[in-house]
Design a protein around this ligand. Structure first.
Ligand code: C2E
Ligand code: CA
Ligand code: CA
Length: 317
């Protein structure tokens, strides 16, 4: 591994990372040994060359858990094992809730509640996210119509879309079809995408955004301040809303530099005529500071955790 390979005059240096397993204490058969090696290596692809990682029994538990979740996920897709929760979003200008974010939950009788941070990445790896995404979108459309949410002061609902959904050229066709089935006013939807979608499938994202925005569906850039937060994303895509990631909100309370960055980010977004939502607002102090900085909307546990649809309707009343 110290010498490069030559491929078409390109010198390619291959590096290696190692995993060690204590046998037979931690793995007494080939399958377990192999599982432990693969899991450890897959989860450390960014480790510097030459790193030696010790795999232990916990690794085996993690792979088991991953496999269990995968099985539950596959089953849930076919027998409606999901539920859509709603987290209200508070408008500073109107001093009430004007929107909410739809957040999916996976319930399992075997291992209880499983959070989306755990199962969405798995669903993205095996393509199940396409069916899950459709389920969420359909359920949100049905809910808006059934409860006539616009009569309860809700102007639109935020729905998360995965980068994988944007790899479909004609995602917009399917979304229009679903909205039409319910006779939904397109303005009731605000689609959240992360910067990754712009990086991974920029052309498809652009085309889908154009088609949807033309008919008044809005878009929000999610988790701003967490990844690369390229301003090019703000320049090149017609976002209606920017959602500031909770990590940025939280660090601004502890660190002066972070506070200045947050202040300037909010001013920048406002100057670009976009609306700004702060996520992860947990304390009155954070809400006040964000208000002083000119932030338009607050989402966070200070107001409400994500709640069941019926509870959300009660809260609105
Ligand atoms: P996200 O889009 O950034 O959603 C916001 C997450 O922050 C939610 O976690 C919410 O419960 C949490 N949160 C909101 N306010 C606070 C707060 O004040 N403090 C703290 N500590 N957390 C707060 P959740 O519901 O677990 O969702 C995690 C992620 O899973 C979401 O992050 C989103 O990326 C993904 N996700 C959820 N539902 C869907 C979906 O329907 N489709 C897709 N593609 N992804 C989804
Ligand atoms: Ca989101
Ligand atoms: Ca977010």
């Amino acid at each position: 591994f110290q010498l490069p390979f030559m491929i078409n005059q390109l010198s390619v240096l291959v590096s290696a990372i190692f995993t060690t397993v204590n046998c037979p204490e931690d793995a007494d058969n080939f399958n377990n040994l192999f599982e432990m090696m693969i899991f450890t290596l897959e989860n450390n692809t960014n480790a510097p060359a030459g790193t030696i990682i010790k795999a232990d029994k916990q690794v085996l538990e993690k792979t088991r858990r991953k496999n269990d979740v995968l099985q539950i996920l596959k089953k849930a897709v076919y027998d409606n094992g999901f539920e859509v929760y709603y987290q209200p979003i508070y408008s500073v200008e109107k001093a009430r809730y004007t929107t909410a974010e739809a957040l999916i939950r996976l319930k399992s009788s075997e291992i209880g509640y499983i959070g989306p941070d755990e199962f969405i990445p798995l669903a993205e790896q095996n393509g199940l996210i396409l069916q899950i995404g459709e389920f969420v979108f359909t359920d949100v459309c049905r809910f808006i119509m059934q409860e006539k949410l616009w009569e309860k002061g809700i102007e639109y609902i935020h729905v998360n879309l995965s980068v994988v959904q944007f790899m479909q050229d004609k995602l917009y066709d399917r979304l229009f079809q679903i909205m039409n089935n319910f006779g939904l006013d397109y303005r009731m939807i605000n689609l959240e995408v992360t910067e990754t979608a712009a990086i991974v499938s920029s052309e498809a994202l652009k085309r889908n955004m154009e088609k949807l925005i033309e008919k008044n569906v809005n878009f929000a850039l999610d988790d701003y301040g967490m990844g690369f937060s390229n301003t090019s994303c703000l320049i090149n895509y017609p976002f209606h809303t920017i959602k500031i990631d909770k990590s940025m909100v939280w660090s601004s309370m502890q660190n002066d530099k972070a506070k200045k960055i947050l202040e300037q980010t909010i001013s920048m977004v406002k100057a670009l005529n976009m609306e700004v939502v702060a996520e992860g607002v947990e304390t009155q102090e954070q809400a006040q500071a964000l208000k002083d900085m000119g932030c338009d909307f607050f989402q966070g546990f200070l107001y409400s955790k994500p709640i069941k649809a019926e509870k959300f309707v009660e809260l609105l009343k």
